[in-house]
Design a protein. Structure first.
Length: 186
């Protein structure tokens, strides 16, 4: 695993977060996280100076970390791809603030569902969802991701030559990348 470009702006203060719509004192569900991530995306003065694009890897910075929520700013360029993964026990939401990304979700009955999201769009997911996020389009992209409960672990997936899906546990501090793909498999 290569090093990850992480900027050093520090976590946002409680004063920075006060105007944002967020239930306090408990974990949030997917729709609540989507409201919160959109509020955060609409406050670029809180994160715009942390945007940094690196063509060799995603750049990301943790914005919020408390007992109920973590939030990350992620910068994307060509060929940046998470591979298929889950978020262990955390639900989440993503807001696209510039550029475009593609989200695919695994399905048993056919190829992954596939949608392209651009600036101003968002989505949420449950802890049970297995998805892949990658850069789309020609311009660099910036996204904000929020998770509740705080994201500590993830599962990354491979499909063996025998068609068996395998989960590999990893800490959230490691960068997600597609795991080695098997010949003849997506």
């Amino acid at each position: 695993m290569s090093a990850v470009a992480v900027t050093a702006g520090g976590l946002l203060s409680p004063e920075d977060l006060a105007p944002l719509r967020r239930p306090l004192g408990r974990d949030l569900d997917g729709p609540e996280l989507e409201v919160f991530v959109n509020d955060l995306a609409d406050r670029p003065e809180l994160w715009i100076e942390r945007v940094h694009h690196d063509p060799t890897q995603r750049s990301y910075e943790e914005l919020i970390s408390d007992e109920h929520v973590t939030a990350w700013l992620i910068c994307w360029m060509d060929d940046h791809d998470t591979g298929f993964h889950d978020h262990d026990r955390s639900s989440g939401a993503v807001a696209v603030v510039s550029g475009a990304i593609r989200e695919e979700r695994l399905r048993i009955d056919g190829p992954p569902s596939d949608r392209r999201l651009q600036a101003g769009q968002s989505f949420h997911f449950s802890s049970a969802d297995i998805h892949r996020v990658r850069h789309a389009g020609s311009d660099p992209a910036v996204t904000i991701h929020v998770y509740s409960p705080p994201l500590l672990n993830m599962g990354a997936y491979t499909i063996g030559q025998d068609g068996v899906l395998a989960r590999h546990s990893m800490p959230s501090s490691e960068e997600l990348r597609p795991l080695a793909e098997q010949p003849g498999r997506p």
